[in-house]
Design a protein around this ligand. Structure first.
Ligand SMILES: Nc1ncnc2c1ncn2[C@@H]1O[C@H](COP(=O)(O)OP(=O)(O)OP(=O)(O)O)[C@@H](O)[C@H]1O
Ligand SMILES: [Mg+2]
Length: 221
């Protein structure tokens, strides 16, 4: 089973947006997907409640209040986390994940805060002795905020203390498509390709990473 965690201490950066779109993407591919909502706000759970019955199914887990029991045949576990998570709850999340995607809003303050958070996460990774892989994604990028080239410079430079760069995968633009998808229990992958061409394109590098060994912990052979 692949487990993917959406994580950033910062609120409103796109954890739920990315979790729901990733869950739907794999469900559309016919995979058995569980969307575990670790946020007591229940935004992923609300999204799933709104999901039309004729769409590829995704199983929801209200993980903030119940023990996390993932059905045995699950192929993808997508975990949506709350803002401000730290301490033991953060360690529990990180321990369950193969791959952590960190959505970041494209402002210098948010990028610096994310860099700080990634430093903490790396320290935790060492304490927990896990090989979980991290990557960043810029989200809600507007034409009048940072230019794509500046984002490459800022986010492409985030390094771990050992000098290794944290992969910066892609930028998702601010788009009504994400807002409409959030309201209707759908993903951008379920809207017409013509309307979502740009957005789908931005996701290609994210899925290339998720579908490659680069996003998997190095496990002993
Ligand atoms: N790329 C985007 N374009 C337009 N709106 C977006 C985009 N990403 C997120 N949003 C909107 O921004 C708001 C916050 O996004 P989201 O809920 O995904 O963030 P979050 O990190 O899960 O927040 P929280 O920390 O509160 O759980 C939502 O209303 C969402 O629909
Ligand atoms: Mg959320």
């Amino acid at each position: 089973m692949r487990s993917i965690l959406l994580l950033n201490a910062k609120g409103g950066c796109g954890k739920t947006t990315m979790a729901t779109n990733i869950a739907a993407y794999y469900a559309l591919k016919g995979k058995k997907v569980v969307l575990a909502d670790f946020d007591p706000q229940g935004s992923s759970t609300d999204w799933l409640d709104a999901r039309p019955a004729d769409r590829p199914p995704i199983r929801g887990l209200e993980a903030w209040q119940n023990a996390v029991r993932v059905p045995k045949n699950t192929e993808y576990l997508i975990m949506d986390s709350p803002a401000g998570v730290s301490g033991r709850p953060l360690a529990n999340l990180v321990q369950r994940a193969d791959s952590i995607l960190i959505p970041i809003l494209p402002s210098p303050i948010d990028i610096r805060a994310a860099e700080h958070f990634i430093g903490q996460l790396n320290a935790l990774r060492r304490v927990l002795n896990t090989q979980v892989k991290l990557a960043t994604v810029a989200n809600r990028v507007r034409e009048n905020t940072l230019a794509a080239g500046d984002l490459d410079d800022y986010l492409g430079m985030i390094k771990l203390p050992n000098g290794k760069k944290v992969p910066y995968l892609s930028l998702l633009r601010a788009s009504q498509n994400y807002i409409r998808a959030a309201e209707t229990g759908l993903s951008i992958f379920e809207f017409s390709p013509a309307r979502t061409e740009y957005d789908r394109d931005s996701w290609r590098r994210i899925f290339r990473w998720l579908n490659s060994k680069r996003s998997l912990p190095n496990r002993p052979a």
